[in-house]
Design a protein around this ligand. Structure first.
Ligand SMILES: O=C(O)c1ccccc1N[C@@H]1O[C@H](COP(=O)(O)O)[C@@H](O)[C@H]1O
Length: 206
């Protein structure tokens, strides 16, 4: 069964809904976004997350000092780099990490392997912000992937209607969603539950 990351959470109710429904990762946004939260807010929300569920901080081209400060203050389990961070920068910081790769062409897929990270998050290119656009990219570009599927997370315009198809086609270890569990621009507990149920209904991570 594919694991699920619910990203861009700002309210207690939605953190609790994601945990209860079986999310594996809870994502907090620290980059410019309508979903961005403060360190203090993330600390409050992280207290609601049990140890078996992992917290992820999402950053876009941060300085090392900012990442260190947020990780240490919030107690994050993973750092998600969602900009054009260099492989050496991520490696030097040394945190358990997820690198988002924006997919426009097969060349982007090939370039992913220059990173030495825990997970490779394949996403559609951002529009207003670096991510969270709600757009789907061409999943067939991942057919000839050299990275093991056990390291692959899929994002970009996923929702409870398309996530089962995405898992069947791409066979990722996990899926990641933000806009697809929102109603009128805000997270919705019912949509979070529906998404996790839909992801659980199909596919086996290879
Ligand atoms: O969600 C955002 O606002 C965001 C801003 C800047 C970088 C990353 C962001 N979100 C990430 O993008 C994926 C895909 O989002 P969506 O499901 O297509 O809306 C999301 O899961 C976050 O990891």
């Amino acid at each position: 069964m594919a694991k699920v990351k619910i990203c861009g959470l700002k309210e207690e109710e939605h953190v609790l809904a994601a945990v209860e429904a079986g999310a594996t990762w809870i994502g907090f946004m620290f980059a410019p976004s309508k979903r961005q939260i403060s360190i203090d807010r993330a600390k409050e929300l992280a207290k609601l997350v049990p140890p078996e569920v992992k917290t992820v901080g999402v950053f876009v081209n941060p300085t090392g000092q900012v990442v260190q400060h947020v990780v240490e203050n919030v107690g994050l389990d993973y750092v998600q780099y969602h900009g054009s961070e260099e492989p050496a920068f991520i490696k030097q910081l040394g945190y358990p990490s997820i690198k988002a790769i924006s997919i426009r062409s097969y060349e982007d897929v090939q370039n992913a392997s220059c990173y030495d990270v825990d997970y490779y998050l394949f996403d559609a290119p951002g529009t207003d912000y670096a991510g969270g656009s709600g757009h789907v990219f061409e999943w067939s570009l991942l057919e000839r992937l050299s990275i093991p599927r056990s390291r692959v997370l899929l994002a970009g315009g996923l929702n409870s209607d398309n996530v089962a198809r995405a898992i069947t086609q791409v066979a990722p270890f996990g899926v990641d969603v933000s806009s697809g569990v929102e109603k009128k621009g805000e997270k919705d507990s019912r949509l979070i539950k529906q998404f996790i149920e839909a992801a659980a209904s199909t596919g086996v991570a290879k």
